[in-house]
Every structure is written in C-alpha cells, then in structure tokens.
Design a protein around this ligand. Structure first.
Ligand SMILES: [Ca+2]
Ligand SMILES: [Ca+2]
Length: 89
C-alpha cells in the first residue's frame, strides 16, 4: 500500500512538468469546480492572487472555462523556474 502512495505522489510531482491536467483531473474532489487548493496540487508555486485573476466571476473557485484560461496562460508561461525541481530526470 505504501508503494501505491509513493506512485501517486510521484505522479503528482511529475505532472507539473508536463502539460497541465484536464479539468476533470484537476477537480480532485469532483465537485465540478477547481479550488485554489486543487490548483496548488498542479502548480505548487501558484499564489492566491494569481488564482484570483482567473476567477472571473469571483466565486472563489474556477469553473471549467476559468480553468482552461488558467491552463492556457500557464502553458504560455512555460519555463517558470519554480517548476524546474520536478524535471530532474
Ligand atoms: Ca473541486
Ligand atoms: Ca469562478
């Protein structure tokens, strides 16, 4: 069982170096919205101010459209030094 947890943790560490996850994967608890804490699992360097910029309707969570906007912006900003740790191969 520990191995399974380690594999899951490794997957979470590897993921930020790849393209950001689909909305359904980002929505860890499956409530149809991506919260700041859920987004932090994808991008641990994300600040709340950055998150808030993409929360267009100000309800404190990202809808699928809002998430997609974040994902596009993040891919444009590829090469962020904060992600470099997870690219050690
Ligand atoms: Ca959620
Ligand atoms: Ca929102």
């Amino acid at each position: 069982m520990k191995k399974f947890l380690m594999i899951t943790a490794a997957a979470l560490l590897i993921a930020p170096a790849a393209l950001a996850q689909d909305f359904e994967e980002a929505d860890a608890d499956g409530d149809g919205q991506v919260s700041y804490s859920e987004l932090l699992m994808i991008d641990s360097s994300l600040t709340f101010a950055e998150f808030d910029q993409f929360d267009e309707d100000g309800d404190g969570v990202l809808s699928e459209d809002e998430y997609e906007a974040w994902r596009e912006a993040r891919e444009d900003a590829d090469g962020d030094e904060a992600d470099d740790d997870s690219r050690d191969e």
